[in-house]
Design a protein around this ligand. Structure first.
Ligand code: GAL
Length: 675
């Protein structure tokens, strides 16, 4: 059961709508809401996400009247509901009654209620109350004909992760006992011989609260893993209650790449627990290539969904309210954003939120219905988007095929975000972005997966800064090359094991990158990180930033050297079976250097851009297919009109291209053709 269940319930149409918060408005407004929803073609709304305080005015007493009436109204108007279990934000009465359910920060400061998500993941009172609320809601609405899907909580960990309080302390100790079994194993794993950190009693172990200087890095990593698992227990407990009463799919909305060490939620681990993978994405206004960041996030979401269609649960029609400067979307930008997500695998385009609020902290956040009402750019574009989605309904259920893949492992990312490292610039996420951007510019569709997934179908696999790698994952990457794959590994990869211990041989030595040195045919002896803003010249591929190294090739062909010192900067080692290759890139290449390298790599791996040609600058070309039919999405983010050789019927306009697609600046096209 997955997205196809929802699409069937929606009569074969792509999901379109967003968070609907009728409780923020007088009931006489609701009939206008549904009339507008019908005008725009909205068919799915998420209801009740932040309704706990109104649904349960005091413990165990529920008031469902308004929700009954809202759901009935939506149903009679043909609008389906993704119903929340409302556990996202406990009410003030709850926090006042159970003050120790509130989360505590690394300095030991207990957070207050008054915003949202004010609870500690391990609080027994929160868990009990959330379960009771979930039971009451699902028992009442499992049979309601409007409901087609369940929305558990909202953006787990967005504001309260991690919690360092007493509940987390106990939970962490128990989690560690399950992981390590005995203290000797824990002491070994955490390397506690260092700085006199040896533990003699489980009760001595704390969350990594603020200390004089760096807290044990393995403790930090384990705490991130534990914190993610603690929230996942919350999700699973609530999802299990729902599944016991209802057959509709259950999801919770993820937050794209916002899953770092400071707010740890390991979506790779979580995604297997979802019936439908859903994600929220917001453009960062200050990011000049934010459309590429959107594409990368959509590719990641498709990875979590194991290549199957997923659901865009939230994005915005225009400005948000939480950035320093909240830039409104330019005309046409919302359509481009929405169809970018569809091109990359969503079968739904939902927004936060239906009607822009009148009160509260999000009153300056855009909605489908803006403060200005119907006579507005936003509303006209919402109606246009509804029509556009209707005209491409046939795309639902199809998938995206990628020949290239980027590895983005949670532990590797968290590992590079630890303190006391060679350079604070050596971080997994920015390096991942550089590689994705290079492939994006080259027009190569890219999946994002974790190293333990099945990679055998990819011709090219890129592992940017795979700092932490398990023996199992390292062996899989070796096998991938042996089987004829082309693998790229960058600097600061394969450095530590899952305990964050350096991969090395204390007797015989052996160079970096420990787990991959043999596979790559290089042996590096010392890191030479660069000063901020500095670049190091290379004999080819321009220059590098962030990082350089001292070392030698031991079996690889050297493609480029560092000008400074002459050590290898880019190398290639042919697979031992004569097929496949393993490349090493020992610095952070600029976009010109990456483009030059891809001109070598892609033919070597046999990877092609979607139309066999590099797309015009800032034009995105992605294809979905169901095996019988292809849909090629062409999205023009540039200020130039462009022409692309592409034959078929353009579905938004309903006209045949006649072999060449002419696309205006900022325009979007979806061209259907037999596969
Ligand atoms: C999301 C959240 C929504 C809303 C939105 C504003 O993070 O799930 O409830 O706050 O951001 O952009």
């Amino acid at each position: 059961m997955a997205m196809d269940y929802i699409i069937e319930k929606l009569g074969g149409r792509i999901a379109f709508g967003g968070d609907y918060n009728p409780e923020q408005w007088p009931e006489e407004i609701w009939k206008h809401d549904v009339a507008l929803m019908k005008e725009a073609g909205v068919n799915l709304v998420s209801v009740g996400i932040f309704s706990w305080a109104l649904l349960e005015p005091e413990e165990g007493r529920y008031e469902f009247g308004w929700l009954d009436r809202a759901l009935d109204l939506l149903y009679t108007n043909g609008i389906s509901v993704d119903l929340a279990n409302a556990s996202a934000s406990p009410p003030p009465w709850f926090s006042r009654k159970y003050p120790d359910s509130l989360p505590v920060d690394a300095d030991g400061v207990r957070q207050s209620y008054g915003s949202r998500q004010a609870f500690a993941a391990c609080s027994p009172d929160y868990r009990r109350a959330a379960a009771a609320l979930t039971t009451a809601i699902v028992q009442r609405y499992a049979g309601h004909p409007a409901v087609v899907m369940w929305h558990v909580h909202n953006e787990y960990g967005c504001h309260n992760q991690p919690d360092f309080g007493p509940h987390a302390e106990r939970g962490f100790q128990e989690w560690l006992q399950r992981r390590y079994g005995n203290l000797e194993a824990l002491n070994k794993a955490w390397g506690t011989a260092f700085w006199s950190q040896h533990y003699y009693d489980w009760a001595e172990i704390l969350p990594p609260r603020r200390s004089g200087t760096w807290v044990n890095p393995t403790q930090q990593l384990d705490f991130a893993r534990f914190s993610s698992d603690a929230l996942l227990e919350c999700f699973n407990a609530e999802a299990d209650i729902i599944r016991a009463h209802s057959k509709h799919p259950v999801t919770t909305n993820f937050m794209g790449f916002n899953m770092g060490l400071n707010a740890p939620v390991d979506y790779w681990r979580w995604s297997g627990h979802m019936d439908v993978v859903s994600n929220d994405h917001y453009l960062i206004a200050a990011d000049e290539r934010n459309f590429q960041e959107l594409a990368m996030t959509a590719d990641l979401t498709r990875g979590w969904a194991q290549g199957k269609p997923w659901l865009l649960m939230e994005h915005s029609t225009s400005a948000v309210n939480w950035q320093p400067r909240n830039i409104a979307k330019a005309p046409g930008e919302m359509l481009r954003n929405s169809l970018q997500h569809v091109a990359r695998g969503t079968d739904g385009v939902l927004f936060f939120q239906w009607r822009a609020s009148r009160a509260g902290a999000e009153k300056f956040h855009s909605g489908l219905v803006p403060h200005a009402g119907r006579d507005s750019k936003v509303w006209r574009e919402v109606v246009e988007l509804g029509r556009a989605l209707e005209s491409i309904s046939e795309v639902a259920g199809s998938t995206v095929k990628a020949e290239a893949c980027i590895i983005h492992d949670t532990d590797a990312r968290w590992g590079t975000e630890l303190d006391s490292h060679p350079s604070e610039d050596a971080r997994n996420l920015p390096e991942t972005r550089r590689w994705h951007d290079a492939l994006y510019r080259a027009g190569v569709t890219t999946d994002i997966r974790q190293s333990t997934d099945d990679l055998s179908g990819y011709k090219l696999v890129i592992a940017p800064m795979l700092y932490l790698v398990t023996d199992e994952a390292a062996a899989k990457l070796h096998e991938y090359v042996e089987a004829g794959g082309t693998l790229v590994i960058t600097y600061f990869s394969g450095i530590v094991d899952q305990k964050d211990h350096i991969r090395m041989d204390p007797v015989n030595g052996g160079g970096y990158p420990g787990a991959f040195s043999e596979l790559l045919g290089v042996s590096m002896e010392e890191f030479f990180p660069l000063r901020s803003g500095d670049a190091v010249g290379l004999s080819r591929f321009g220059s590098g930033t962030v990082w350089s190294e001292l070392g030698k090739a031991t079996g690889a062909e050297v493609l480029a050297t560092f000008d400074d010192g002459g050590s290898p900067a880019v190398t290639r080692r042919a697979g031992s079976t004569g097929r496949g290759a393993a490349y090493y890139v020992a610095t952070s290449l600029g976009s010109a250097g990456l483009a030059e390298l891809l001109q070598l790599l892609c033919p070597d791996a046999g990877v092609e851009p979607v139309l066999g040609i590099q797309p015009p600058e800032d034009v995105e070309i992605v294809r979905r297919s169901n095996g019988a039919k292809d849909w090629t999405f062409v999205i023009n983010h540039s200020a130039q009109n462009v022409q692309v050789p592409l034959d078929g019927v353009e579905l938004l306009s309903g006209t045949a291209t006649g072999g060449t697609l002419n696309l205006t600046a900022g325009g979007v096209a979806v061209v259907a053709a037999p596969a």
